[in-house]
Ligand binder design. Structure first.
Ligand code: PRT
Ligand code: ZN
Length: 292
């Protein structure tokens, strides 16, 4: 095993086993980090960079990063905000997306925010929930539970809940109706506020640059098509290209091949317009990484 230079090597906290684990490890692999089997150990060294991963529970990540035990961490914004951790959010990543919402029994007396006044709310997020109601000037009683929050009203432990929601199925299955969102969350890359060596800072910059490239690539598709030469002006208007598209003449007189990159969210719309403008043989390819 290689010995890491503590001056330049980074320790990154990642959730050991949960919703964020695979996506975070895929992201790290996607930006070129190679790890040996991470399932068997808490501390895993990277084979090709001065980086090691500390695999821990997500609840511990903000504190480990705040204390400087880890330089970076991948964790839900909900956890960092609830812990009020003194860390810097470097980057928002679009996975682990969810919201902390207040919800109440469907057929009960709580229909709107004001109805929460004087009610008992079960949550695993007492700080965020209390701060929300304080800001609204509504007095509530908060009871902290570490899990199974959604069944608290049925057990008559609380009148309502404040819980994480993604699809909304859990609330529905428990006869609860979402009243308002308290906090919108996604996975974040956080950095310690403890002083870092120049070597570590450089490595962090490199990681951020690679994540940016990886995310841009994930959100884009490379498209290739054939088109008559006289359709070029029309096609150029349709393609919201990063830079100018590549246009190559084909063996067929008057025909060209056009290569470019489009954002995935506009892909189908662009594709239809391109066909209408005279493009044919449109091929779409995923992009591995993109530095612009
Ligand atoms: O063991 P460890 O402490 O590490 O993991 P954990 O069990 O505390 O967390 P885990 O793995 O469940 O979630 C990790 C992170 O994923 C959370 O902190 C959020 O940032 C994010 N995330 C995204 C979610 C959800 N979506 C989510 N839906 N975390 C939890 N849920 C739960 C929610 O609590 C509720 O029980 O899923 C249920 C609601 O889901 P829907 O789809 O039915 O609305
Ligand atoms: Zn947890």
């Amino acid at each position: 095993m290689r010995t890491l230079d503590s001056n330049t090597s980074l320790r990154i906290a990642v959730q050991k086993s949960g919703r964020l684990t695979d996506k975070t490890l895929n992201l790290l692999e996607g930006i070129g980090f190679r790890f040996d089997d991470y399932k068997r150990s808490m501390l895993v060294q990277c084979r090709n960079f001065d980086v090691e991963l500390l695999l821990i529970r997500d609840d511990d990540i903000p504190e480990y990063v705040e204390d400087g035990v880890c330089d970076l961490g991948f964790v839900g914004g909900n956890v960092t905000a609830e812990d009020q951790a003194d860390v810097t959010v470097l980057y928002g990543l679009d996975y682990g997306v969810c919201r902390l919402s207040i919800a109440a029994p469907k057929n009960g007396s709580i229909k709107k925010l004001e109805d929460f006044s004087g009610k008992k709310i079960a949550t695993s997020y007492p700080n965020l929930t209390q701060a929300f109601f304080d800001k609204k000037g509504i007095e509530v009683e908060i009871t902290t539970l570490s899990g199974a929050v959604e069944i608290a009203p049925r057990l008559e432990v609380a009148d309502a809940v404040s819980d994480l929601v993604s699809s909304g199925n859990t609330l529905k299955a428990n006869g609860l109706i979402e009243i308002e969102t308290i906090y919108e969350s996604e996975t974040e890359l956080i950095r310690t506020n403890k002083p870092l060596s120049d070597g570590k800072k450089k490595l962090i910059d490199k990681i951020i640059q690679r994540i940016e490239g990886y995310q841009k690539a994930e959100r884009s598709r490379y498209i290739m098509m054939n088109a008559p030469e006289d359709a070029i002006p029309k096609i150029r208007k349709i393609i919201p290209s990063l830079k100018s598209p590549t246009i190559v003449p084909l063996a067929d007189e008057g025909m060209v091949a056009i290569h470019t990159v489009v954002p995935i969210n506009t892909f189908w719309q662009v594709m239809e317009q391109l066909k209408e403008a005279g493009a044919s043989g449109i091929v779409m390819l995923p992009i591995e990484s993109m530095i612009t």
